[in-house]
Write a protein that binds this ligand. Sequence first.
Ligand code: BTN
Length: 245
Amino acid sequence: MNTLFVGQNLITLESVDSTNTFLLDSSNTENLVEGTVVYAKRQIKGRGQRDNVWISEGEKSFCVSVLFYPKIELSYQFTFNKCIALALVSSFNILGVKSFIKWPNDILVNDKKIAGVLIENSVRDKKLQKSIVGIGINANNNCSDIENAISLKEVFKNEIDIKVLLPTLCHELEKYYLLFRSDKKQIQELYNSLLYKKDSSVNFSKNGNPFTAVVKEVDNLGRLVLVEEGQEKAYSMGELRFNFS
Ligand code: BTN
């Protein structure tokens, strides 16, 4: 592993319910170093955002969780999330795939989701002490039955060597985490430059009511800023739905 700390302590599991749950439990009972990675060949009960399940297909899906101790003020919590999304986009770039970030941190290729992120934080003394970053990548699995999803195999029209994903991802996570520590403004700018549908008119709905607005940016607090009839308005997570046409 060509890194300073991410992935230096690597726990590889043949099978697990959820890598996030495993890492959360382990980090509560033992002193794990920052950058500890849990990689599972099979994940049986993957968890997604908003209590959704994350479906994996045996060894064809890529499932990993990474431990960070950001120790940052809560106001920077979403900037930390942004650096994770950037690491994923950068990893896909290295593989030769152009991707975008759909707010808050889904990674899309050809308008379809290729990777998802579940970040679980522990807060103490108004600081983000511990963060479990769970990443699921559609690698060699078949996504044709899942709405708006795509896998690397489907992009390349060929199976990929799943082994290359781990060192690439660890390297990029470390790179963007270090950039986050040194230059938060650059993280904000990079994230916004890769925002899905930036400057485009998109159909949304709020409380079931559809509306159309132009995507401007994601602000420092992690709110999506839209322009509706010339007026800017920032929306928090959970307030909005993208209506795919
Ligand atoms: C989402 O888009 O809803 C987030 C999906 C996150 C899935 C990953 S797979 C590895 C890690 N372990 C889990 O149980 N979930 C995350």
